[in-house]
Design a protein around this ligand. Structure first.
Ligand code: NAD
Length: 479
């Protein structure tokens, strides 16, 4: 395994919080670990409660002025943000590799998608809708911003997630306190530095933490909306915390997506695609294919091909050009992956993969498990690691029931040559998105969100923008 030394990428950078337009040191610091080597490469500032209060206060103070700024001007700030990110893309992507572990091409996607989404939102407007305009009455529906938005993000697509929350939030006229994941704060702090020169003081604040700030934000009376992306477990506590002040909330949570491979699927095309969306980013994706259902007539072939493809994957440091998959993102997830490997050995048959022992980095090979007991936690819980189970099914009704037998409902995909049959099955699957002959096909203008316990509300698209607004009806009696 190669070990590119990336420390020079962060050595020259001064990572600061952004509070009320000022770049400031944290009250303390926390180590940021390079997961490819398991060593700290720098420290991130950590905001204490006092600094979080200052950030919320700054966002509150900035809100009336920003709300009353014409939307064209707000859009111009979002466009400037996109332009500045584009200019800094290479450096940000390298820092994402360093702290997150993913290969550079994936980190570049993280940044490029951020630019694409920001530009998309900058093009949207919130014109009032006239529902009645006659001699006597004018009734219009206006979309008003909510106030202060707490944006809380995880570590799997950290830069993209921060930007796709900030862009629609501020376009709609809200102000923001961003809290990135404690295990990938550096890219958000690079964003803070970019925004300090572009966004009026207080409109966006960035508070990195050691894991303690989330609950402060979600309970704080000065916060009007929480836009949260993370695990279902934490999402439930966000909902409880936000209840006392009846905050608006959008929750993008965990998933247990299935790929259903029908007997008439074009396997030459289908299997590499399903494999990619099962193991991309080491399976640490909310909409990874986590359960694979292959028709019984092709089951052995699908298992063998998955094992072969898993054996071909090159693990390594994300900055090395020939790396397909980097390390697991953090030590805690690495321990979880090792525990799940033990479960896989007991509850099924491992036909490829396993842990990599000869390195201090957090490496696990893509692991394929067949003949899995369906009550195994590998199937019933979200497996946020590169461990994937393949199950066999016989008929369409049966597979629909088994795919839907989960509290999650984020995404699913159906793969087959008969598009009518595949689409009919897709329509019956209980998920926010169901794809046919593709997976992970996201776009800025298409809503994305989870059903059941995978979330509440939507992001992306006009639907996602509207989640950062409230309705105000203005009724004028002309008579
Ligand atoms: P996590 O829930 O542990 O943490 C997410 C964020 O919440 C972090 O910033 C964390 O510091 C913060 N947090 C932790 N406890 C909190 C609390 N009590 N109150 C408020 N904030 C708190 O998730 P993670 O491990 O960072 O990310 C992995 C999870 O995120 C997976 O379950 C994955 O499926 C999910 N995810 C969902 C989507 C989606 O769009 N549906 C996208 C990416 C990841």
């Amino acid at each position: 395994m190669t070990t590119t030394d990336p420390t020079d990428l962060v050595a020259s950078q001064d990572f600061k919080l952004l509070i009320n337009g000022e770049l400031v040191a944290g009250a303390s610091t926390v180590d940021v670990v390079d997961p490819s080597r398991g060593v700290a490469i720098t420290q991130s500032p950590v905001a204490d409660r006092n600094q979080v209060e200052q950030a919320i206060e700054a966002a509150r103070a900035a809100f009336p002025g920003w709300r009353d700024t014409p939307i064209e001007e707000r859009a111009s700030v979002v466009r400037k943000m996109a332009d500045a990110i584009e200019k800094a893309a290479d450096g940000i992507a390298r820092v994402v590799v360093l702290e997150q572990g993913k290969p550079l091409s994936g980190a570049r996607d993280d940044v490029d998608w951020a630019v694409l989404w920001a530009r998309y939102f900058a093009g949207l407007r919130l014109d009032p809708e006239t529902v009645r305009d006659d001699d006597e009455t004018l009734v219009q529906i206006h979309r008003r911003p909510l106030g202060v938005v707490a944006a809380i993000t995880p570590w799997n697509f950290p830069f993209f997630q921060a930007v796709y929350k900030i862009a629609p939030a501020i376009l709609a006229g809200n102000t923001v306190v961003l809290k990135p994941s404690p295990s990938t704060p550096l890219n958000a702090l690079m964003l803070a530095r970019i925004l300090a020169d572009i966004v009026p003081a207080g409109v966006v604040n960035v508070v990195a933490d050691d894991g303690s700030v989330g609950p402060i934000l979600t309970a704080h009376p000065g916060v009007d909306k929480v836009s949260f992306t993370g695990s279902t477990l934490v999402g439930k506590s966000v909902m409880r915390n936000a209840a006392d002040t009846l905050k608006h909330i959008t929750l993008e949570l965990g998933g247990n997506d299935a790929a259903v491979i029908l007997d008439d699927a074009d396997l030459g095309k289908t299997l590499p695609e399903v494999f990619k969306w099962a193991f991309s980013n080491n399976g640490q994706v909310c909409i990874s294919v986590k359960r694979i259902f292959a028709h019984s007539s092709i089951y052995d072939h699908v298992c063998d091909e998955f094992a072969r493809m898993a054996g071909d994957v090159k693990l390594g440091n994300g900055l090395d050009a020939d790396t397909d998959l980097g390390p697991i993102q953090n030590a805690k997830q690495y321990e979880t992956a090792k525990r799940l490997l033990e479960v896989a050995g007991k509850d099924g048959k491992i036909i490829a993969g396993g842990v990599v022992d000869d390195t201090p980095g957090y490496y696990v090979r893509p692991t394929v498990v067949r003949d899995v007991a369906e009550n195994s936690v590998l199937i019933t819980e979200e497996t946020f690691a590169p461990i994937r189970s393949i199950m066999s099914f016989d008929d369409d009704d049966e597979v629909v029931a088994r795919v839907n037998d989960t509290p999650y409902g984020l995404g699913n995909s159906v793969w087959g040559s008969d598009l009518e049959r595949a689409t009919k099955i897709a329509n019956r699957l209980e998920s926010g998105t169901t794809w046919v002959n593709t997976h992970f096909a996201l776009a800025p203008d298409v809503p994305f969100g989870g059903r059941k316990q995978s979330g509440s509300g939507f992001e992306f698209s006009r639907e996602g923008l509207l989640q950062f607004t409230d309705v105000q009806v203005v009724h004028v009696n002309k008579a």
